[in-house]
Ligand binder design. Structure first.
Ligand code: SF4
Length: 385
């Protein structure tokens, strides 16, 4: 009998992907496009898809809903109301503890915020990325640093749970400009910060510019210094790191993202959205028009992968090591056997000796230096197929 990837969960999450943006940022490889004429048709298809996928979550209680993208704040409040009407016709959301909408600063007028606050949404995740105008220009963001500050202050009148996204390791970014971005963020007294190092993704404008020599990646030692600056500055303000890229004041860890790391089942709706039911993963086609057409014709286009024992083990290693809780050795033993636990400990010895991994309270976790190097360590600890 196969081990379950994680213990059976009675709660689940719902992810809704909104694949539209007003324009494309230079670093972004998320599935989104600027074909806004498709919006009405997309929302109808989304509602039909919700109805057709209800049974995926079986009897689990919906605990979190996350509107990601793309730019979910592009949707009108009428569109969002229609989507909530569909959700509520299938699920009781009165036990939903967290309903997040990703938003861009240029969408959040006073009027829009007021209307959003009348919907079941109780958390905003605002894509700010930087409080430096030159960096915002390089990233092709559609707001200035001052607009970002104003928007967060405005949003705080309507929402008491706000996260902002920041980026470091940017071309032309200096330690001092990153320090300034962090200070500006902290001055806003937000509850949650997600901070990501820039990666030059294939097919993006920035990657092309890097290839052509128009922009230069920061040096690795600068990246490490920026990461530690972030960790220390947030720690001093009582903002806890709970994952490689995520920080929050106590009580405000993102429940939705944490549920991915805990292996809780989730249903993903919209093009490119992933779903997970403990035994398999499936993902919708990353093409908005083909996705809509498939739903309209009753032939949704997706791929599915049933997870092998090795896949489940590797996923546990990968997602647990990203969190500051780390991997529970008890869980590895329970779900994959004593030999798997012994082998994991054996492989981890060199990382523990060098101080980038810690063995505490029957958990293996990355030290604060190790968190920055997580990708390489995780790969080394995975089992071969
Ligand atoms: S970063 Fe966000 S706003 Fe920019 S193109 Fe990507 S999804 Fe759209």
């Amino acid at each position: 009998m196969y081990a379950k990837l994680f213990q059976h969960s009675s709660v689940a999450g719902l992810y809704i992907h909104i694949p539209f943006c007003k324009s494309r940022c230079s670093y972004c490889d998320f599935h989104s496009g600027v074909q806004l004429a498709l919006l009405d048709r997309f929302v109808d298809a989304l509602r039909a898809e919700l109805t057709s996928r209800v049974s995926y979550l079986k009897n689990e209680t919906l605990e979190t809903i996350y509107f990601g993208g793309g730019t979910p704040s592009l949707l009108s409040t009428e569109h969002l109301s229609a989507i909530f009407e569909s959700i509520q016709s299938h699920w009781d959301i009165s036990n939903c503890k967290e309903i997040t909408l990703e938003a861009n600063p240029d969408d959040l007028s006073e009027e829009k915020l007021e209307k959003l606050s009348e919907l079941p949404i109780n958390r905003l995740s605002i894509g700010i990325q930087s409080f430096n105008n030159n960096e915002l220009k390089i990233l092709r963001r559609r707001h200035t640093a001052q607009q970002a500050v104003d928007v967060v202050k405005r949003a705080q009148k309507y929402f008491s749970n706000i996260s902002i996204d920041l980026m470091y390791g940017l071309p032309e970014q200096t330690i001092s400009s990153w320090q300034n971005t962090i200070s500006e963020a902290l001055a806003l007294n937000i509850q949650h910060v997600s901070a990501y190092h820039l990666t030059y993704e294939e097919g993006t404008l920035l990657e092309r510019k890097r290839r052509e020599g128009h922009v230069s990646p920061v040096l690795e030692e600068e990246s490490i210094a920026m990461y530690h600056l972030l960790q220390n500055a947030l720690h001093e303000k009582g903002i806890e790191q709970y994952e490689i890229s995520n920080f929050a004041i106590p009580g405000f860890y993102s429940r939705h993202n944490s549920s991915y790391w805990k292996g809780i089942n989730y249903l993903g709706i919209g093009p490119s959205a992933h779903s997970f039911d403990g035994e398999s993963r499936q993902w919708n086609i990353a093409n908005t028009l083909q996705h809509i057409t498939g739903i309209e014709q009753g032939t949704p286009r997706f791929e599915k992968e049933v997870l092998s024992e090795t896949d489940k083990y590797n996923e546990l290693i990968m997602i647990s090591l990203r969190t500051t809780d780390g991997i529970s050795l008890e869980r590895v033993e329970q779900e994959f056997g004593t030999n798997a636990k012994k082998e994991l400990l054996k492989q981890s010895v060199r990382f523990i000796k060098s101080g980038i991994m810690l063995l505490e309270e029957n958990h293996l976790r990355l030290s604060s230096e190790g968190l920055f190097l997580s990708d390489g360590i995780i790969t080394d600890l995975m089992q071969e197929q």
